[in-house]
Design a binder for this molecule. Structure first.
Ligand SMILES: Cc1ncc(COP(=O)(O)O)c(C=O)c1O
Length: 368
């Protein structure tokens, strides 16, 4: 036996030992060719122009060079309307979360967030030895305004809003974020806006007025680039100057930069795809569930929470038909799965398959 009980004899800090690795459902399985509604990825194909830009870059420049960020930052300044010095690209917004938490939380510090929150917040806070002050969402997954306001009076070291939240889809009123930012001017308030392109709601322009406001964004969702890992932080330059010490110099890879530059030249394509998802696909899928009496939480973004009778069996049968959705483990979401909205063709297949799983009229058994 070693000191740690581990055969290596290596000693890991308690926060690392106690953490659980984040392993998404269906990890280790070949997801190729399946309808992947399980990870809130955008399933739309990459714009051919973006693909061409990637190929052209590799052919001309190879990948031997470390990445450079000035052109990306300038393009993001154009896209967000904030100055370049207020923008820090990160390796996905997962890293943006981690960088912010490492900047604002020390062991024993406290982070206030509505729960169940996007999982990386709790995970990163735990690894830092920080405490999460989690305020449960309401019974219908609504934002718990009164309870959150009360909890903030305890003086947390960091306040987090995930707007809208994943997995609940719950939005937070901008007025409430402003109220909080104004009430606690010496407390950093991080707003995760991973789905902002879908909601059209952002507090980014308010950073100019409120130096304690920090906004996180990503190219993984509306821009359909989860595989390239690109996110960014929007914050006052004095904040960015601190955060940049934590991100390593080349954490965002060169191909993510090339793809993002190409995307930002054709933002209209992204907007058209977002509009199709939000104004056509989402209402159609919601109608489908409602017509068949399946409880569904629409949320504010491009994913839904669904509570079928017999969640595990439904998921297995969807899986057998080549469709992946995500089981929800937080107790408040027991018996639900989360699904992002795929392409119109994928959602037609989804609804055809799901229809076969519904109880036969007048019966309780699923159709065979
Ligand atoms: C609310 C929220 N924030 C951040 C992320 C992380 O996205 P990425 O690291 O791919 O940018 C996700 C991904 O699901 C999310 O739902």
């Amino acid at each position: 036996m070693t000191r740690t009980g581990s055969p290596t004899g290596l000693r890991f800090p308690a926060a690392v030992r106690q953490a659980t690795a984040y392993v998404p459902d269906w990890s280790g399985q070949d997801r190729t060719g399946l309808i992947r509604l399980d990870r809130n990825e955008a399933t739309a194909p990459l714009s051919p122009a973006v693909a061409e830009a990637l190929v052209a870059h590799i052919q001309r420049h190879g990948v031997h060079g470390y990445p450079e960020y000035p052109r990306l930052v300038a393009a993001l300044a154009g896209y967000t309307g904030l100055p370049a010095g207020w923008i820090l690209p990160t390796n996905g917004s997962d890293q943006a979360i981690d960088v912010c938490l490492r900047a604002f939380l020390a062991p024993g510090a406290t982070m206030l967030v509505a729960r169940p929150e996007f999982v990386i917040f709790g995970h990163s806070a735990g690894l830092l030895g920080a405490e999460v002050l989690g305020v449960p969402y309401g019974p219908d997954l609504e934002f718990p305004y009164a309870e959150f306001r009360a909890a903030a009076t305890a003086g947390p070291d960091l306040i987090v809003f995930v707007n809208p939240n994943n997995p609940t889809g719950t939005p937070v009123d901008v007025e409430f974020i402003v109220e909080t930012v104004e009430a606690y001017p010496a407390t950093p308030v991080v707003v995760d806006e991973a789905y902002a392109e879908f909601t059209g709601v952002t507090v980014a322009p308010l950073i100019e007025r409120y130096p304690n406001l920090v906004v996180l964004r990503t190219f993984s969702k509306a821009f359909a680039m989860a595989g390239l890992r690109l996110g960014y932080v929007l914050a006052r330059p004095e904040v960015v100057d601190q955060l940049v010490k934590i991100r390593n110099p080349f954490d965002v890879n060169a191909l993510a930069v090339v793809a993002a530059l190409a995307q930002l030249e054709r933002v209209d394509e992204m907007r058209a795809s977002v509009a199709e998802t939000m104004h056509r696909t989402k209402p159609a899928v919601l109608d489908f569930f409602r017509e068949h009496g399946v409880p569904v939480w629409p949320g504010a973004a491009n994913f839904l929470l669904v509570r079928p009778g017999g969640c595990a069996e439904t998921m297995d049968r969807l899986r057998a038909a080549g469709i992946l959705v995500r089981r929800m483990t937080p107790p408040a979401l027991a018996g639900t799965f989360r699904m992002n909205l795929g392409t119109p063709a994928e959602m037609t297949t989804f609804m055809d398959v799901y229809r076969e799983l519904l109880p036969a009229p007048g019966g309780v058994e699923a159709k065979q």
